[in-house]
Write a protein that binds this ligand. Sequence first.
Ligand code: TA6
Length: 290
Amino acid sequence: MTFERTESKLILRHTKGPTVEILWYGATILSWKSGSKSNPALSERIFVSSKSPLDGSEPVRGGIPLVFPCFAYPTHPDHQKLGIHGFARNEYWKWDGNITDNDYEISVKLALDPVPSIWAVYDKSFHLDYVVTLSEYTLKTDLHVTNTSAAPFEFQALFHTYHVCPTKDVRIKPLKGLTYYDKTELIDGKPTKRIEDRDTVDVTSWTDSVYESTSGTYEIRWPGGGVDVTTSNMDDLVIWNPQAIAGRKIAAMEEGGWDNFVCVEPGLALAFETLQPGKSWVGKQEITVR
Ligand code: TA6
């Protein structure tokens, strides 16, 4: 296994061929090239818009953006100076050590601590560790949040994962019977509360759904491919695809980009997690190519 640190990113290379690229800016995973047991040919699994700046001028349009300490537009009193999805995806992270490097997997840790640009908008003391692990067919992302202050604080966290797929054919399950909040239909400014009645969920129309209290294991499938996603401590799941109606309003979204990805985003997106002084919390996603 090897890993390479350049000025802009970290590159992991597995001996069997898979690779991961992580931008220091936002600790944003830009690329994950992997095969599967059934088809060992490497292909790109993560969507990044060709129009997305990668220079730190704005959050990457694609990849796996990290959402912390708030999901979507801030609602918590502690987050009133924050932008949408918080600051973790807008800050430069540091390499904190190569944790695992063996024939099976390679794993690295990146870290984020408060800096002046964060203090300016957020007054809680914290430490974030982001552990990214690459094995032959699997990518794991673990976000550790530590409260380094003397008082409890509340936060949300989410992996905003853009999965490459043929959008018109992708199906996600199991979500049937779960409560979800449909952000494409607002009533008095609030998402519409619904119960999922479909065995498999598609995104053939503009989709922006926040599923509550999900199971933690999901199948994302399309003809000829798919991934399994297993999560831990990430109670909710967001499914998003803007289609043209919302996608054309996103400056950094390439024309037709919405035909080539689905965002399946495990996280704490509805409730807030309370972290006591000195304590840590970890949320995980494990993506395996099928
Ligand atoms: O995760 C879904 C969502 O909250 C959508 O409402 C949409 O805003 C998307 O995130 C992208 O957010 P961004 O700030 O990256 O444009």
